[in-house]
Design a protein around this ligand. Structure first.
Ligand code: GLN
Length: 495
């Protein structure tokens, strides 16, 4: 098997038995990126030196006989979405605004992955400031879906998903404000986890919607994602919303689903935008869980139809506030030669931000203005409370909810041009960020019409993310681990 197709257990075994060194694994990944990324364009920056230095530390530990003391990601090739700071790297958020910004510090999530032994390969493409569902809004060009280069990888964490699907990295991190980990995981046929809000520190991650954003891993197996979660979780004094979640994700993977109650939401399964090829696969996934010993129960989320509207009020309002810091003085692109600061500010923001970022800023500034605030922002917060209660009530009848991740499989470039239609691609993921629950997407086969991967979403009660990992393991047992996309499997490169 090519190193690029290996999961964490195989890399660990190969290192421990001295089949290969960590430096060889790192070099294989760097070579893989050099070959495959001209096609996929997942990486914005490759950190070869940092990768080799981390790999050398692992090799030294093996030589010293202390390999067992290293963390769960020892020698594992990893990479990070470009909204995560890592000292000395560019952190651009795929925006002209931050094109030349170099991180003076490292985000907690990045540090924890490196402390766990991860070998950092670089920074990954995304929609500008994480606004989008396709990676097309990146100022540096889109990422392509490794399963079909004519299709989008999803977004906003499209680079993070594509890098794992093409075998360029074993584990990557993304961030999810309304679906940006789960939807690209589903489009690229891999596992993507958005933990319960507060499980992973947001310190050092450029904020989009601070009350919605959560960092999580992508991987080709549930256990690899669990290993990353064990490294990522735990209280961080630098983020006041972070909670002391204990590392128990790999342990949860050892439990079966016998006796588990799996909730299915009728209004999700009957949603009018849901394509038949996705609906078929999701129903089949429910049957597989039942066959593995779980009980299927129907649950109701009565206010769920209001989720998209609430999100497109709350999200832009928070984004508008968070993006105010890019003022050409403290941070960001600066267009000089204006006679006053106001002129500089206006021109810098006009040219530094792309279209979708501007749309969100304008929407947020309008929604928060006097007189309008009471009409939109306040009711949206009330809807948020209702949706959170809906989930709480549903979990009195079930331990985990099963739903589609996205209404359809990956679409072709340019297929969806209208922003309002694009916003609907998160119809099944957004309410989970609103309520703060954990959600993950797990591959469940290919769509009958498109032949593209379909993801099924598992949604856990707040701080019971282990429930979704248990169910995910049962699905993985039925469907098998996610392969590297056929075009790139076994070290292949398509021309
Ligand atoms: N697609 C959604 C949006 O554009 C979600 C993005 C995200 O989760 N970062 O807002």
């Amino acid at each position: 098997m090519a190193i690029s197709d290996m999961g964490i257990a195989q890399i660990r075994e190969g290192l421990a038995s001295k089949q290969f060194t960590a430096c060889e694994v790192a070099q294989a990944s760097l070579d893989r990126i050099a070959q495959a990324d001209s096609q996929v364009h997942a990486f914005l920056e490759v950190t070869s030196e940092a990768a080799m230095a981390a790999a050398q530390r692992v090799d030294q530990a093996i030589a010293d006989g202390t390999f067992d003391t290293l963390g769960p990601l020892a020698g594992v090739p990893v990479a990070f979405k470009d909204n995560m700071n890592m000292t000395g790297t560019h952190t651009t958020c795929s925006s002209r605004m931050l094109e030349n910004y170099v991180s003076p510090y490292t985000a907690t999530c990045v540090q924890r992955i490196i402390d766990a032994g991860g070998v950092p390969l670089g920074k990954l493409n995304m929609d500008e400031f994480a606004f989008g569902s396709t990676t097309e809004s990146s100022a540096f060009g889109p990422t392509r879906n490794p399963w079909d280069l004519g299709r989008v990888p999803g977004g906003s964490s499209g680079g993070s998903a594509a890098a794992v699907a093409a075998g360029m990295a074993c584990v990557t991190l993304g961030s999810d404000t309304g679906g940006s980990i789960r939807q690209p995981a589903s489009f690229c046929g891999i596992v993507g986890v958005k933990p319960t809000y507060g499980t992973v520190s947001r310190y050092g991650v450029v904020a989009f919607g601070s009350s919605l954003d959560q960092v999580g891993p992508f991987a080709r197996s549930v256990e690899d994602a669990a290993a990353a979660m064990d490294a990522l979780c735990g209280h961080d004094p630098l983020d006041c919303t972070s909670q002391d979640v204990k590392a128990g994700f790999r342990a949860a993977c050892q439990q079966d689903v016998a006796g588990m109650r799996v909730g299915v939401v009728r209004s999700f399964m009957d949603a009018k935008g849901l394509s038949s090829e996705v609906s078929e696969r999701v129903s089949e996934a429910a049957a597989k869980l039942e066959a593995a010993g779980a009980t299927i129960v129907e649950v109701d989320l009565p206010h769920i139809d209001a989720a998209i509207s609430a999100y497109y009020v709350l999200g832009p309002c928070e984004a508008f506030s968070n993006l105010a810091r890019f003022d050409s003085v403290r941070y960001g692109y600066c267009e000089e030669g204006h006679k006053d600061l106001g002129g500089q500010y206006e021109a810098s923001r006009a040219h530094g931000f792309g279209e979708e970022a501007k749309r969100r800023i304008m929407l947020g500034s309008y929604l928060l203005s006097a007189g309008v605030y009471e009409q939109y922002y306040y009711p949206a917060q009330q809807v948020r409370t209702l949706i959170t209660q809906d989930y709480r009530n549903a979990y009195e009848q079930c331990d985990v909810i099963l739903a589609p991740t996205a209404p359809a499989t990956a679409f072709k470039f340019g297929e969806i041009a209208d922003p309002a239609t694009m916003y609907l691609s998160d119809v099944f993921t957004i309410s989970i960020n609103i309520a703060g629950n954990g959600g993950m997407s797990v591959p469940c086969g290919l769509g009958a019409q498109s032949g593209m991967p379909v993801g099924v979403q598992l949604i856990a009660p707040q701080f019971k993310d282990e429930n979704m990992f248990r169910a995910a393991m049962a699905l993985e047992a039925a469907y098998g681990k996610a392969p590297v996309a056929p075009n790139f499997a076994d070290g292949k490169v398509i021309e």
